[in-house]
Design a binder for this molecule. Structure first.
Ligand code: ZN
Length: 459
């Protein structure tokens, strides 16, 4: 029997002072033997709240918890697809993510765990592999699969070749769509026969897209001899070695046709020169090259540029050999212009004006004057005339209405996308890889998300 006198009992308190409300302690040690403990919970009497036994407080985020449980969102297949694209997951990683989410009942019924193994199939059927070359065998079919119209006048063929690989992609004129890969080879050398075969394979003759690439590639497509040659312009007979006439003579005898065996043309042209787009990025690179080469190497301006790129070799610095992002760095520098001499600064500003007013997306109404100023200031500074400068000075009318639309920077973005795939596939380029690349370009859910994942363009 328990002693009924309540003042013998008190609520038990934990070692840290916290209350343990359902346990009571008996205060009189003497009567312990006589105790018979109850075996049912109903025998525990309620206790009033006190300082040691406070009323519990609701969690601070209670309102949030209540609101989110009400409109909890389970992703659909389309949303999951887009998330996997944003996270840039490989097929196996995508499958793992889907299976985990499925185990936790966080997916809608239309999400299939194994679907990602086959995600490339919709597109890979349009590609074929011969030797080391993977190419698109049905351009119209590929466009249909994406649900976009293929109007050849709205797309141009961008050819990128390095010592490592040869890539061809279609770029949309207004940058509205992402680039579409048409061919890829990591072994193929850029020789005339290979490129000819490649153009045949992707059916160039039927579509006749406009072409862009660097000057080397353009000259190559037009059958010009490589390297530093006397007649390197495909539009006229500009003599690159006649230093005395440069800057003075603007109109040179036009080339009527590109005839093999004449004026440094060594092969039958593979494409029509009217289809060629002059590459603004490479013109920029060419202009910077001539500018840097004409700088005083002991002068402050050159030292400043050297300090910007401590890892760049002296040969490259003195040769003015930079890449796109480096030009951006130089253009952004606030201190460089202060270190220049008067002539250097004027020339640099003329270059800046051409970049902003002609080679970029906005064409200045006075672009002819801007280009003229560039020519005179380059001459004053003693810069050598180069092919790039020659195009600006002598073939301004050949440039497209809006160079920005045809910008090679668009191709630069393609590089970033393709780098991801190269990392994922580590050089194993085949139809499945091209199909998978295409899968990454699609975006199914166009509703906006709070946080944007990637700044790439999608269909
Ligand atoms: Zn010319």
């Amino acid at each position: 029997m328990l002693e009924k006198s309540l003042d013998r009992w008190c609520p038990a308190v934990g070692a840290d002072g916290s209350a343990a409300p359902i346990v009571f302690q008996y205060l009189n040690v003497k009567g312990r033997r006589a105790l018979t403990y109850p075996s049912t919970p109903s025998s525990i009497a309620p206790v009033p709240h006190s300082e040691t036994l406070p009323v519990p407080k609701p969690p601070a985020n209670l309102e949030y918890l209540q609101s989110t449980s009400a409109d909890r969102h389970y992703p659909s297949r389309r949303e999951l697809d887009d998330l996997i694209r944003d996270l840039q997951l490989t097929k196996s990683a995508a499958e793992l993510l889907t299976s985990r989410l499925s185990e936790w009942n966080l997916l809608r019924d239309d999400c299939k765990i194994t679907a990602y193994r086959r995600r490339h199939l919709d597109y890979s059927v349009y590609f074929d592999v011969i030797h080391d070359l993977c190419y698109c065998k049905d351009v119209n079919g590929l466009f249909d699969a994406d649900g976009i119209e293929h109007d050849p006048s709205q797309w141009r063929l961008f050819i990128d070749s390095s010592t490592k690989s040869l890539k061809r992609v279609l770029l949309h004129k207004g940058n509205k769509y992402p680039s579409i890969p048409l061919a890829y080879s990591i072994q193929m050398k850029e020789d005339n026969e290979n490129v000819k075969q490649l153009l045949l394979k992707i059916n160039y003759a039927e579509f006749n897209w406009q072409l862009c690439g660097d000057f080397k590639m353009l000259g190559f497509l037009l059958g010009l001899q490589g390297g530093y040659t006397k007649y390197s312009c495909f539009l006229c007979l500009w003599n690159s070695r006649a230093d005395g006439e440069h800057y003075k003579k603007i109109q040179w005898l036009p080339r009527k046709e590109l005839m093999p065996g004449k004026y440094n043309v060594i092969k039958e042209p593979l494409v029509c020169r009217e289809k060629v787009l002059l590459p603004p990025l490479h013109i920029k690179l060419g202009l910077v090259k001539q500018f840097v080469k004409a700088l005083d190497f002991e002068g402050e301006a050159f030292q400043e540029i050297r300090a910007m790129f401590p890892k760049l070799s002296d040969d490259k610095l003195k040769g003015g050999i930079f890449v796109g992002p480096q030009i951006t760095t130089i253009l952004k520098s606030r201190t460089l212009e202060n270190k220049m001499t008067e002539t250097e600064r004027k020339t640099w500003q003329a270059f800046r004006d051409v970049v902003n007013g002609f080679l970029g997306n906005n064409k200045d109404p006075n672009y002819e004057e801007i280009v003229n100023t560039l020519s005179t200031s380059y001459q004053k500074m003693g810069c050598r005339m180069s092919l790039e400068l020659h195009f600006l000075c002598s073939h301004l009318d050949f440039f497209q209405e809006n160079l920005g639309d045809f910008s090679v920077e668009h191709g630069e973005r393609f590089h970033q996308d393709i780098q991801l795939m190269e990392r994922l596939y580590q050089g194993r380029w085949d139809s499945a890889m091209m199909g998978d690349y295409m899968w990454f370009l699609i975006r199914e859910d166009i509703s906006g998300h709070k946080r944007k994942a990637r700044s790439t363009v999608h269909f």
